[in-house]
Design a protein around this ligand. Sequence first.
Ligand code: 13P
Ligand code: SF4
Length: 304
Amino acid sequence: MSIRDIQNEIIRLKKEKDICILAHCYQSPEILEVADFTGDSFALSVSASKVENKTVIMCGVRFMAETCKILSPEKTVILSNSIAGCPMAEMMDKELIEQVKKQYPDYTVVAYINTTSELKTVCDVCVTSSSALKICSKLENDNILFIPDCNLGDWIAKQLPEKNFKLLNGGCPTHARMTEETVKKAKALHPDALLLVHPECQPEVVAHADYVGSTTGIMNFAEKSEEKEFIIGTENSIVTHLQMSCPGKDFYPLSKDCICSNMKATSLIDVLNCCKGVGGEEINLDEETRVKAKACIDKMIELG
Ligand code: 13P
Ligand code: SF4
């Protein structure tokens, strides 16, 4: 079967079985082409809350499929490939954060959406990279315990000096592969290029950036910019997508190592198998966890 044949079969099955496919923009172009909604984590959460189909296939990682199930419990939610987790989301558990909360009882707990549903049950509000600044600035409490990504937390804290942030030592191992040295090398190779980075990058990388934003933010910036050359400091699929959407511009990866094996775990055949009902993993959450976790996702959608 060719890629086109597989895509056509997926499209046919979607219609026949009332399936909606959500795909994070780190997925491959052939998956994005068959998706009904694509975007960054915030856009996918909003789409997940509005989907009307019986079944949702989430092409991304586990916390994204869990978010979808939390928002749409009556739907069958399938994670496209059961091995697609997010190491950052697994870094901190509920017990650890309950202990930390005892040390900081007056703090509002802000959880990056890259967390497990269980951990979300002890947090006050979720954020994504594109909504974190807006949401943190709207919080009445000036004391914020931001988990688990200290790089995203640091970037937000620097923009909100009036707030008092407590950060923990977590983050994305994929984005952590890029250092100040990586930036110097890339800038030496492409001196005229703008540097666009994701806030999951380390502060010394972010400090050199011309633009900092979510995956969708980076793509929108590059598409609208008058400039012609860009170094991209996020998962390298974004370089491919931009090369396709802006043929007149040049895009270079900040590092050839910025590849998330979890985001890359899903293949087009996995998506086909999910549509056939023989692949992926159905997400099920116990109702108490779902309801408690939903409160901080609802708050994110309301404030973001
Ligand atoms: P955004 O799509 O929200 O920018 O998040 C990037 C990411 O690493 C998701 O796991
Ligand atoms: Fe998790 Fe980082 Fe991969 Fe995103 S890029 S899924 S944060 S490991």
